[in-house]
Write a protein that binds this ligand. Structure first.
Ligand code: PGA
Length: 256
């Protein structure tokens, strides 16, 4: 399937609830910057509490900060939540929405859809995460992917489809070692399916939507996943806390 416009590949660092100290966060970001190159867009998503500190560091061109989550509401009585407007006080571009670790604590497709809309309204780019729990023999996961994808994007205006990122992350691969990631061929089938569903629902603008893969991404599989899987980048969890490995992943993606 031909795409009409070629955006740069995107590599997302999802630090999750790491590291523990300000000093470590600063070191990881500074070291990460050394491994970045302008051929690939990179966004680093730290925990909220590190943003003030990390925003003081001058970032290289093509590198941005992002959020791991936001509230679906703009403000108000929502204890413990953080709104996208608060995030806009920082130089952020991307917001991860609907990560499986949030869905696991009962974030529904409906809430994810509201968050996607809130992020778009704030003129930021949502990275919408989807992915099946398991690959069953009967192919039920195919339906599950379609349902979750369409429900998560239910409130998105058609014209905005090219301004979002979809991160396909099979839950069974998340947090595992490189050998347990999805293979490139299977990823290709899945990325084609996702693109087809998006085009059917949103029209040809979906040819430009960036589709990423996440789940056990490591230096040894990054280039292969992007090349064989024909995805537009990667969402990296535990390996993004190791700047050397993350730099190798970026390098792999830029050569893929
Ligand atoms: P992982 O996590 O790279 O540690 O598998 C990916 C993710 O959960 O986004």
């Amino acid at each position: 399937m031909q795409k009409t416009k070629k955006l740069k590949k995107l590599v997302v660092a999802n630090w999750k609830m790491n590291p523990k100290t300000n000093a470590e966060a600063l070191t990881i970001l500074k070291e990460t910057l050394k491994g970045a190159n302008t051929a690939v867009d990179v966004t680093v998503c730290p925990p909220f509490l590190f943003l003030s500190l990390l925003a003081k560091i001058k970032l290289k061109k093509g590198i941005t900060l992002g959020l791991q989550n936001v509230s679906e509401f703009e403000e108000g009585a929502h204890t413990g939540e953080v709104s996208v407007l608060m995030g806009k006080n920082f130089p952020i571009s991307y917001v991860i929405v609907g990560h499986s670790e949030r869905r696991a604590i009962k974030e529904s497709d409906e809430v994810v859809a509201k968050k996607v809309l809130a992020v778009k309204k704030a003129k930021l780019t949502p990275i919408v995460c989807i992915g099946e729990h398991e690959r069953d023999q009967h192919g039920l996961y195919l339906d599950a992917i379609k349902k979750q994808l369409l429900a998560s994007l239910a409130l998105l205006p058609k014209a905005a489809i090219k301004e979002i990122v979809v991160a396909y992350e099979p839950i069974w691969a998340i947090g595992k070692s490189a050998s347990e990631a999805m293979d490139g061929h299977t990823l290709h089938q899945t990325s084609l399916l996702i693109r087809k569903i998006l085009i059917e629902q949103f029209g040809s603008g979906a040819k430009e939507t960036r589709i990423l893969y996440g789940g056990a991404v490591a230096p040894e599989n990054a280039a292969l996943l992007v090349k064989e899987g024909e995805v537009d980048g990667l969402l990296v969890g535990h390996q993004s806390l190791k700047p050397k490995a993350f730099g190798e992943i970026i390098m792999g993606v830029s050569h893929a």
